[in-house]
Design a protein around this ligand. Structure first.
Ligand code: ZN
Ligand code: MN
Length: 481
């Protein structure tokens, strides 16, 4: 082994991601994960001869939402193509995909403030069926997944470490979940990553490139990192053993054996496989309307990273709090609506982070199922800010809001919880307290200042805890002058 050796890692990713449309890509079958095999099928997604595909409503728009969220340009004109290959779960013998006119192109994802990963393209395509191999027995095919709408995200070879590849996948997952185009569960196969990896090796003034390995279907963040790390070591070792073996264009397809912790060769290719792409003749090429792009842009709105830095500045939130609030678009929009109407947006954030999230977790629901509105929460916070109720009382009112969905102002009224802000009433109590305590008053006049706090306690006690504390304190000071 040479001592003057340096190398650079080159990683590019292809991510397949299932979209959350109601129906499958080209038929009216329900688009959903799992269920009894072959219960959501029709002539189109079974690939029966003569069945006519129709582009499902919302499919193209959802693809555009994903593209805009990942900073892509959206094509004005696009089409579907057939990609031919043989596989038992691909019944038609071809997959409907997009070849030379993808819906989205030229995007990027910032995985940190100074690392940008470019996206070459995002195209629409359909998922295939699923083969089930029962141990040593028969194989079966479930077509429930056949025709599920996908996007395929193809990056430039911009990642330099296994950690960057993992972070890229995590960032894409966060963004696409945030804009609600995918469930994004890697374990359910909603998102699947193929990593292309090779090395640029510099040795004694010469540059070598190892052949590209494509590691297929990495279904966890850990496996992306581990498979890439393993492949770097394997390629270095192979280079040391025999660097003359490979011709230009030689490429391997590998799988990742999680249990063994190593990549497994699936096939090799010496030239580009000819998929015999042809235009899908059953779906007319189509224009993407300005209106569709406008609506998609509106749906994307402000992306999580931009929103976080704005919220941090605007409401003095910590990194962690901003991160938690932007974990879903619904949650952060709910927060912003409540904050806008509140006298203390910071307190609104605290109520969500401390109380509401616990309820959501416990009930396993999203914010829109909480049973009261953002305005109800801001009303609750305003009641505290105005001194109408104490923070302690607010907890009880909150409990009542959860169980009855009533507005807090109404709850305070009904339970007669409101502190009195009636100055005449409070002044009357203050004067009574002063008259009833000549001893302490003379101590106060002699310079024992802590007596004022004790007198304040007496005022609160006499009012039955209902005097507005800040008004009472002000009146007490006035009367003692
Ligand atoms: Zn169908
Ligand atoms: Mn694909």
């Amino acid at each position: 082994m040479s001592s003057k050796r340096n190398f650079e890692v080159i990683i590019g990713c292809e991510i397949h991601c299932q979209l959350l449309t109601n129906t499958k890509a080209f038929c009216a079958c329900e688009n959903r994960y799992g269920g009894m095999p072959n219960t959501r099928v029709c002539p189109v997604c079974l690939g029966l001869p003569g069945a006519m595909p129709r582009v499902s409503s919302g499919y193209v728009q959802m693809g555009a939402v994903a593209g805009i969220a990942l900073n892509c340009k959206i094509a004005k004109f696009t089409k579907f193509d057939r990609k031919h290959y043989f596989y038992p779960d691909l019944v038609k013998g071809y997959q409907v995909t997009q070849y030379d006119l993808p819906l989205c192109y030229d995007g990027f994802v910032d995985i940190s403030p100074d690392r940008r990963i470019r996206i070459e393209r995002i195209h629409l395509e359909e998922d295939v069926g699923k083969s089930l191999h029962l141990e040593g027995k028969n194989s079966y095919i479930d077509f429930n997944r056949s025709g599920t709408p996908l996007i395929e995200i193809v990056t430039k070879p911009d990642m330099r470490t296994p950690e960057e590849a993992t972070l890229f996948m995590q960032t894409v997952q966060e963004i696409l979940r945030y804009v609600e185009v995918t469930a994004g569960n890697l374990e359910e196969g909603n998102m699947r990553c193929d990593a292309n990896i090779n090395l640029k090796i510099f040795e004694d003034g010469k540059e070598f490139r190892t052949p590209i390995s494509e590691i297929k279907n990495l279904n966890s963040f850990k496996s992306i990192r581990d498979a890439c790390s393993y492949e770097i070591e394997r390629q270095l070792k192979e280079f040391d053993e025999d660097r003359q073996l490979f011709e230009e264009g030689y490429k391997r397809t590998l799988g990742w054996d999680e249990a063994e912790g190593k990549t497994v060769l699936q096939r090799t290719k010496n030239s580009i496989v000819d998929y015999r792409f042809v235009v899908e003749p059953d779906i007319k090429p189509f224009s993407v309307s300005d209106q569709l792009i406008e609506e998609a842009t509106k749906r994307v709105g402000e992306l999580p990273e931009a929103k976080r830095s704005r919220l941090k500045k605007q409401f003095a939130l910590t990194d962690f709090d901003a991160q938690t609030l932007t974990s879903s678009k619904r949650l952060v929009e709910w927060f912003e609506e409540a904050a806008a109407k509140s006298k203390s947006p910071k307190k609104v954030a605290n109520w969500i982070l401390a109380e509401i999230l616990a309820v959501l977790n416990e009930r396993n629901i999203t914010i829109d199922k909480i049973g009261f509105s953002p305005k109800d929460l801001s009303d609750l916070v305003n009641l505290i800010e105005d001194g109408v109720i104490t923070s302690k009382q607010a907890k009880d009112v909150f409990g009542e809001m959860l169980s009855t969905s009533k507005n807090p102002v109404k709850i305070v009224e009904e339970k007669n919880l409101a502190a009195t802000s009636n100055t005449d009433e409070i002044r009357k109590i203050v004067i009574e307290v002063i008259e009833e305590n000549p001893g302490p008053i003379s101590e106060l006049k002699a310079g024992k200042t802590n007596v004022q706090g004790w007198l304040m306690g007496q005022v609160m006690k006499k009012s039955g805890g209902k005097a507005n504390p800040s008004i009472a304190a002000k009146i007490l000071s006035e009367c003692l002058k």
